[in-house]
Design a protein around this ligand. Structure first.
Ligand SMILES: Cc1cc2nc3c(=O)[nH]c(=O)nc-3n(C[C@H](O)[C@H](O)[C@H](O)COP(=O)(O)O)c2cc1C
Length: 312
């Protein structure tokens, strides 16, 4: 086969691979009852947890969500053990939170939530404490496993030097064929920060809290059509290095998802000068934690390692 014929044949095969990848993506989401109900419970629990870390909470915050979560816990057998214990623990911390506020729950609702709650916080969801914020004397294992999302920051801006150090750490992350296809665009400019605050879908309630924003993107052009979506794998790994790098340098962060078809994506790209062909992986809000606000809410718990890793 001559070169041109080979190239045409490859491009036909690659186009087929691309179409196949899209149809797998579209059709492959068959949730079992267990994963469906565990997801519903974890989304409600996460939303309550996140709400409890917001600086200005509206009166009656979370009552419907807590009540729905109690319904799921009390009436649904199809939850995995982690989702059940996390949901119960968050309900307990929600009741404690409302007890200690000047906006207490009605007795009926409180009793129902308590009947579904863990009645204590599970290990791993204890509040952020001074030990979280200090990095002193930690070894690499502790440092890498200790990072948690923070959504409340002091107004300090990050410096170019700090960002170059984090960038060097990201550059050390692995990528397919060492393509290093990622790019990070960051800003601490107040006008841009305010605009990004308005655009990012997952930061409702945290507007005005984030002093520095970054968007991590991946050059799709670095991948052939037979490698559809690999940009998200490579970008996701770099994203993990980015937030861990910030943490190593004494900063905290929160990743915010930017779903591929979200209407904010083109505007964000334009605002930050992100190349049109890039896949946007996520936005990251970061800076120095406001320890007083963060210390009020529980850290996200973790699944039991045995449910993740299994020798087969
Ligand atoms: C891909 C990705 C997208 C996320 N999107 C959001 C988001 O839109 N809003 C938000 O508040 N947190 C978001 N998070 C943060 C998660 O809620 C958080 O990582 C999770 O609850 C575990 O908590 P931890 O980071 O404190 O360990 C996201 C995290 C990842 C990895």
């Amino acid at each position: 086969m001559n070169r041109t014929t080979k190239r045409v044949a490859n491009s036909v095969l690659n186009r087929r691979a691309f179409k196949k990848a899209i149809s797998v993506e579209k059709n492959g989401i068959a949730a079992t009852d267990e994963s469906y109900w565990s997801r519903q419970a974890l989304l409600l629990a996460h939303s309550l947890e996140k709400g409890m870390s917001m600086p200005n909470i509206r009166a009656g915050f979370g009552e419907n969500k807590a009540s729905d979560l109690a319904d799921i816990i009390l009436s649904n057998e199809s939850l995995d053990s982690y989702a059940r214990s996390e949901a119960k623990s968050v309900l307990y911390s929600y009741v404690c939170y409302r007890d200690s506020s000047c906006d207490p729950l009605s007795t009926d609702l409180r009793d129902r939530l308590m009947s579904a709650s863990a009645q204590e916080l599970v290990s791993g969801s204890l509040p952020y404490d001074a030990g979280y914020f200090s990095r002193d004397g930690m070894d690499a294992m502790q440092l890498l496993s200790k990072r948690r999302s923070v959504r409340s920051f002091k107004s300090d801006k990050v410096s170019n030097e700090q960002m170059n150090l984090v960038g060097a750490f990201v550059a050390s992350s692995p990528s397919a064929c060492n393509r290093q296809p990622w790019r990070i665009r960051w800003t601490c400019d107040d006008t841009k920060i305010q605009r990004i605050d308005e655009l990012v879908p997952g930061n409702r309630g945290f507007e005005g809290q984030i002093p520095n924003w970054a968007v991590l993107s991946c050059d799709r052009g670095m991948f052939g059509t037979g490698e559809a979506f690999q940009w998200y794998v490579n970008g996701g790994i770099a994203l993990a290095y980015f937030v861990e790098g910030l943490y190593l340098l004494g900063m905290d962060s929160c990743i915010f998802q930017l779903p591929v078809a979200d209407s904010c994506v083109p505007t964000l790209k334009e605002l930050l000068g992100i190349e049109e062909g890039d896949a946007v992986i996520a936005a990251i809000g970061f800076g120095i934690s406001d320890e007083e606000t963060c210390g009020l809410h529980p850290a996200a718990a973790r699944r039991d390692v045995g449910s993740i890793v299994r020798c087969v």
